[in-house]
Design a protein around this ligand. Structure first.
Ligand code: PHB
Length: 388
């Protein structure tokens, strides 16, 4: 009897050992997001999209339960690094995700490299983010993707003289540089380069200076959440009345702030990768589901979270539940799928997102303001990579 039990025990041990050691138990995803502070809307949007994805697709992939742990880093690099360290050491997370701003993505990359776990960047948009670690995979966007296309469109549409105004941190510098290069190359003129402090920005004095320069347009990059204050001050200073247009990456006409900006923004043209008005059945369902579950209009940050979750689920399905950064990142490379924003893919060489960039014009539709897409630039790679 004893012998028999021991044999069963031995057989069970062999079966157990034959399974890959990692393909058991819960897969933990640690999401570092700004749930408080000036970048709060980014955290709220992404966390809501992550929850929606899990509610729609279940909490199990390849027999493994998925657990998402959200930590509030307030968009502060040092807090993000400390919380990531805790998630790695104490929670033993298999994946790090989130990153509402570039400085938090930068701060955590060395830890992802050391721990050999994927770092899924769902928001930050500076081109070099993906170069900080071989474990970074991005599902958001780069400022270069939209700024180059914006410059070319502006030149074709009679905008020759511009004042550039960007938030003074990495993605702002990227948008300034990529816009500048394309706009000057096409024969445009940029009369001022203005950089605005990221925290508590006051655009008014700079807008006064910009108005005096009599440009055709102000090229503006503000991070998600600041579009409302920029537009208010732009209108207060009468730049619209002076015939000056707003152009830029679509962060400024953010879907979740747009309705509050008022009818004066109707006609504003921006280049971007997501509009809540994107006319696909998948996006219509997404917008309806986000409204129902969270009572919010999803913005471009939210899709980075939704697609980031898809990437983790699809990679785990491909590895049959095996974790570890090398296996998961290999599975993610080259993956392509349909997002609420349109078709997207992960560039196998750079681990950066390849996606459509749309030209959009603010219009009023059924009583609400939307960025209505009117031209599509398909499958745009990050122009920031080609240079290196
Ligand atoms: C960034 O920090 O990379 C960032 C933040 C907000 C944006 C875009 C980029 O809207």
């Amino acid at each position: 009897m004893l012998r028999y039990t021991a044999m069963i025990g031995l057989a069970a041990a062999i079966v157990f050992a034959a399974l890959p050691a990692q393909a058991q138990g819960t897969v933990k995803v640690g999401a570092l997001l700004p749930m408080t502070g000036p970048q709060q809307s980014t955290g709220v949007q992404i966390a809501a999209a992550i929850r929606l994805y899990a509610a729609q697709h279940g909490d199990t992939v390849a027999g493994r339960k998925i657990q998402v742990i959200v930590k509030d880093d307030g968009a502060v690099a040092e807090a993000s690094r400390r919380l990531a360290q805790e998630l790695i050491v104490n929670e033993k997370v298999d994946v790090l995700a989130g990153f509402g701003v570039t400085p938090t993505a930068f701060a955590v990359s060395p830890l992802a490299t050391e721990a050999k776990i994927p770092q899924i960047v769902m928001a930050a948009g500076t081109s070099s983010v993906t170069e900080r670690s071989p474990y970074v995979v991005r599902t958001s966007f780069t400022l270069a993707q939209s700024s180059v296309i914006m410059a070319e469109w502006a030149l074709k549409n009679g905008i020759r003289k511009v004042v550039s105004m960007v938030s003074d941190f990495a993605p702002g510098i990227d948008s300034e540089n990529f816009f500048k290069e394309a706009f000057l190359k096409g024969g445009g003129e940029i009369s001022q380069f203005i950089r605005i402090p990221l925290t508590n920005p006051d655009f008014a004095p700079f807008l006064q200076r910009a108005r005096d320069a009599r440009p055709d347009a102000v090229f503006i990059f503000v991070p998600s959440g600041q579009g409302g204050i920029f537009v208010r001050q732009f209108l207060e200073r009468g730049l619209d009345k002076a015939g000056i247009k707003i152009i830029g990456p679509g962060d400024v006409t953010d879907d979740d702030l747009l309705n509050a900006m008022g009818d004066s923004v109707i006609g504003t043209v921006t280049a971007h990768m997501y509009s809540a008005y994107h006319p696909s059945p998948l996006n219509k369902d997404y917008v309806a589901a986000m409204r129902k579950a969270n009572n919010l209009r999803p913005n471009f940050m939210s899709v980075g979270g939704y697609d980031g979750m898809h990437l983790v689920y699809a990679a785990l399905a491909k590895t049959q539940g095996k974790t570890g950064g090398d296996a998961l990142v290999a599975a993610m490379k080259g993956m392509a799928w349909e997002s609420p924003r349109g078709p997207i893919a992960i560039d196998p060489d750079t681990r950066d997102i390849v996606q459509n960039v749309y030209m959009r014009r603010v219009e009023k539709v059924e009583g609400e303001l939307y960025n209505v897409e009117f031209e599509t630039f398909p499958a745009v790679k990050d122009p920031g990579k080609a240079k290196r």
